[in-house]
Design a protein around this ligand. Sequence first.
Ligand SMILES: Cc1ncc(COP(=O)(O)O)c(C=O)c1O
Length: 476
Amino acid sequence: MAADRRAKAATLDLRRRLLSSSCRLFFPENPVKIIRGQGQYLYDEQGREYLDCINNVAHVGHCHPTVVQAAHEQNLVLNTNSRYLHDNIVDYAQRLSETLPEKLSVFYFLNSGSEANDLALRLARQYTGHQDVVVLDHAYHGHLSSLIDISPYKFRNLDGQKAPLPDTYRGPYREDHPDPAGAYASEVKHVISSAQKKGRKIAAFFAESLPSVSGQIIPPAGYFSQVAEHIRRAGGLFVADEIQVGFGRVGKHFWAFQLEGEDFVPDIVTMGKSIGNGHPVACLATTQAVSRAFEATGVEYFNTFGGNPVSCAVGLAVLDVLKTEQLQAHATNVGSFLMEHLSQQKAKHPIIGDVRGTGLFIGVDLIKDETLRTPATEEAEYLVSRLKENYILLSTDGPGRNILKFKPPMCFSLDNAQHVVAKLDDILTDMEEKVRSCETLRIKHPPGSTGPGCRAAAGSRPSNLEQGNLVIKSAP
Ligand SMILES: Cc1ncc(COP(=O)(O)O)c(C=O)c1O
């Protein structure tokens, strides 16, 4: 515990010296040193309490006592690998199978989401005998070499099988399109045909069941079923990445892919993050047929830590807590309340272009102007930093980094929702006020100069006003 007593500046200094700067910090100018977590709250070294609106890993709440106790009890008895018979791994597979369609009946246990997606890639290639993968633009599926290659989010130059995000707010087919699901699915079909014309063969389509890193996107109903038809016709498999969005987060269903309807069943589902509430656990579920094709290679699948008795005890405890605390229903209630209140803010503040989501998966799309829906990137960053000053942790994502992402621990309460919305309202009102005073000042100032109100609004960044909108725009 000595490390907790180190001054924050000393920790930062050591980190800068010893860790790669590729491992980034939240709020790099003034990072937060967190030393304790409980439920939906994080505490810094001064004991200040932050409301966590973004940690979808601490799914049932930071340091949930049931989960911690389960790990501790199993640690006291045994932790070894999956080459020995043990009840935890089979109990866990059985409990997970109860949440999934019958067809997804074979389980592999691993340590991270990246490992699960990497195995999905291997299984799909083995089953189909094909190599290529179709992904959505701006997707992220993991940090391994195999996955960076299929993650446009990190590797923007990805050339090839990348279909447009099914984003009905800012994509090519919007809310006024008569059939956005069909139109976006046709784009996938087009990507498949172009690859085939070059002699390529498709092994899989990978997508998050609700694209999260791409900006909390809700694909139009029917999209994934049509994509699955196109992909299977090309001989490929459908891989649903549930690493951010599974385990009841979407409220109405346990898995986000189930939003597509009962008949829709992916060939592979990958799970991570929330599955172990912070303990490194991951899982892949697939069909007997896909698994058998992999077994036929004769290659053993061995993962030193995957499926160990402690990890499985943790996974089982997470499922228990979800059930006993009825967190899926809670996500529906709190999520609807939050959506409703955020929508009221949209009516009040024109910077809010769109509020979308389901359960405790919500995105607030900030825009500079209503017609072009230009991403309000700097404003989003400014808002997040002001929220942090108010002890609320929120983040942005999406290609324009202008979508506020709500993905809190599932115990996030109605009071928490009310509190965040009130603060958001205060900050946006204050921003609008500053922009207004900026306009007044600009009239008095010679053209090109900006007044002090503008500078204050953008947190020392030079700013200007655009078209009377409540826009604080950074100078290039
Ligand atoms: C959608 C998605 N898939 C896969 C991963 C990779 O998971 P991990 O970081 O556990 O390897 C992430 C991580 O951020 C993710 O968001």
